[in-house]
Write a protein that binds this ligand. Sequence first.
Ligand SMILES: Nc1ncnc2c1ncn2[C@@H]1O[C@H](COP(=O)(O)OP(=O)(O)OP(=O)(O)O)[C@@H](O)[C@H]1O
Ligand SMILES: [Mg+2]
Length: 324
Amino acid sequence: MGGGEVLISLDGVEKVFDVRRRVSLMRREKRQVRAVDGISFEVARGEMVGYIGPNGAGKSTTIKMLTGILTPSGGRLRVAGIDPARERMRLAHRIGVVFGQRTTLWWDLPLKDSYGLMRRMYRIPAERFARNMERCVEQLDLAELLDVPVRQLSLGQRMRGDIAAALLHDPDVLYLDEPTIGLDVVSKAKVRGFLRQLNGELGTTVLLTTHDLQDIEQLCERVMVIDHGRLMYDGPLRGLHTAGGVAESERTLVVDLERELPAISVPGARVVKVEGPRQWLAFPAGASAAPLVAAVAADYPLVDLSVREPDIEDVIARMYAGRG
Ligand SMILES: Nc1ncnc2c1ncn2[C@@H]1O[C@H](COP(=O)(O)OP(=O)(O)OP(=O)(O)O)[C@@H](O)[C@H]1O
Ligand SMILES: [Mg+2]
């Protein structure tokens, strides 16, 4: 962390949900879910940290506590010196949030009208608003979209619109909860490029939740892994790979052959699984699949193939396996 100013700090933070479930006509069951179970960490100003883990791990719950939407059941939490649950409004001026799964924009309004409302809500001075609009419109490619009602935007366009909305008031901290979910490769690249620039040039502190390992690989030096509400790992991405027993992340070429054959042998890849006529070949995520596909097609009766991107769940699963 380099001893910089701490912007986010959690100390033994917990969130317990009381859930009532009707088990039969007459009987309701009361149950407690410990969504966040004693988490402690600090994030310094200017860091871009990945916050990852399997479904239901407690990531979104953590982010909701960091925005003040949810009140912790226990522990101590501060963002920019503010207790989010007590001073949500004051905190709102210091943070931006993007929930990939839903929009904060006004569904029926043209994009630019949403921004106008944000401007008034946050009392953003005209000059600053103009400057931030210009930057976001240019870097997120929004010019053509400003007059389009949000409901008519594609997912990738809407996401870029949401990211801009979260930044118009110059927050110190940006929380991103799955900002690339459902986006195509081009949109993902655009969003990643923008975030890199935001963090690198403006020094905005970013906490990023994602299931896409490439988001983390391309953006975050530090990752935190959470599972069952607990912090399982906090350190460099490289360390996570080592803990998972892999030197770097791999993509997988899934190959369908005409018939069952012995394991394919081609340079630059190794067979990790064979199931009937289907074989899985792992190769370095940074390498191109093209020469590999050509090599397989030249020597084997190829019917079909696809490439699988590495995902975080794989790496985490291997991390657990590696620990024994
Ligand atoms: N409002 C709520 N009431 C009851 N239980 C909840 C509530 N919100 C979350 N939970 C439960 O808390 C746990 C953590 O949920 P959370 O949404 O934080 O997970 P997540 O890590 O964001 O998962 P995902 O990757 O699927 O988004 C889950 O078991 C979930 O069912
Ligand atoms: Mg979530």
